[in-house]
Design a binder for this molecule. Structure first.
Ligand SMILES: *Cc1c(COP(=O)(O)O)cnc(C)c1O
Length: 344
């Protein structure tokens, strides 16, 4: 038995999702005729309080389409320096959109109002145009931490006062909403467009949604075609996404509870873990040996995890991690810590 804590992207579709895939009504989505995709896009947009939605292959594609649809070549985007869009999207924003990213340091994944204000460029023949401001909630590299609605709102207001487009990478926005006890649309009200993943904690096999105003989504739809993302009878992929939105959002609280249990257990073993940052389903912690070595010893015992630095590890809880798994993982960690103390 393997317990896979590498990411919530490893979740497999439920039986109900598999049945829905088999029975999905489909059509040619490039003609707008796949009613399952149309339903998913409408449902996703409604959840976010936006006019329209677009089903895309991945969160990466959704974020890139947002940039393509809001910016022109040579524009500049401001974002916090640990964001996924800066670290993990293969510089598509530079290579394919021709847009420059300007990063600012953050705290808990969010930039300060002061830093944002002073980074927005004035009109000058030498300067690029600051066109866009991006946020990420929950924040992956900060450890799944949540940005409050108040913080999003105050940054949104500054950006809008300067005429910027505000986009949020909400890959895990439902984790943030569950943690804060708010509706997703309350957070989405603090951004012009937002992407969210169906294929992470919600356990659908494929896809993300980009949502925003109608004209913006129309432009994104055309750019999606340009990138080769105009799929045909993809309702078979949208059907499990609908089930994900209908049935998997609120149970994320269970993943959060298990993450806290894991984190507390690790802290009790003497691992370096800052409990206050364990807000959702991600745990980052320090171990008393090389991270690669710790990960290898976990793997010998059937537990998969990713290193995040020379001595730091990340665990992610998700739909396929049970209470028994949490106990089993802590027991494995206890053994590894004991071996290390005895100088294996
Ligand atoms: C996973 C993730 C994405 C998108 O990932 P894809 O694998 O392209 O779907 C974007 N942003 C964040 C914060 C993520 O964690």
């Amino acid at each position: 038995m393997t317990i896979d804590l590498r990411s919530d992207t490893v979740t497999k579709p439920t039986e109900e999702m598999r049945r829905a895939m088999a029975l999905a009504e489909v059509g040619d989505d490039v003609y707008g005729e796949d009613i399952t995709i149309n339903e998913l896009e409408a449902k996703g947009a409604a959840l976010m309080g936006k006019e329209a939605g677009l089903f895309v292959a991945s969160g990466t594609m959704g974020n890139l389409l947002a940039v393509l649809s809001a910016c022109q070549r040579g524009d500049e985007i401001i974002m916090e320096d640990q964001m996924h869009m800066f670290w993990y999207e293969v510089a598509g924003i530079a290579a394919l959109a021709g847009v420059q990213i300007r990063t600012l340091p953050g705290a808990g994944g969010a930039v300060s109002e002061e830093d944002l204000r002073s980074a927005i460029r004035s009109e000058d023949i030498h300067f690029p145009r600051t066109r866009m401001f991006c946020m990420e909630n929950t924040h992956n590299r900060a450890g799944g931490t949540v940005i409050s609605k108040d913080k999003m709102e105050s940054l949104y207001k500054i950006a809008k006062a300067h005429g910027l487009w505000v986009h949020t990478d909400g890959a895990r926005i439902f984790n943030a909403a569950v943690f804060l006890g708010v509706e997703p649309r309350e957070l989405a009200a603090c951004t012009d467009s937002i992407t969210f993943c169906l294929s992470k904690g919600l356990a659908a096999p494929v896809g993300s949604l980009l949502t925003g105003p109608k004209d913006f989504i129309l432009r994104a739809r055309k750019y999606r075609k340009m990138l080769g993302g105009g799929m045909r009878q993809a309702g078979v992929l949208a059907a499990p996404g609908l089930i994900a939105l209908e049935t998997m959002r609120l149970r994320l609280a269970e993943d959060h509870r298990r993450a806290r249990q894991l984190a507390q257990g690790l802290a009790d073993l003497g691992a370096g873990v800052v409990m206050g940052t364990v807000q959702t389903n991600i745990i980052r912690f320090q171990v008393p040996m090389a991270a690669e070595e710790f990960v290898a010893r976990l793997a010998e015992r059937g537990v998969l995890a990713n290193p995040t630095g020379p001595d730091s590890i990340r665990f992610v809880t998700h739909y396929q991690v049970s209470d028994e798994d949490v106990e089993a993982v802590l027991s494995v960690c206890r053994d590894i810590f004991r071996e290390e103390a005895q100088g294996r």
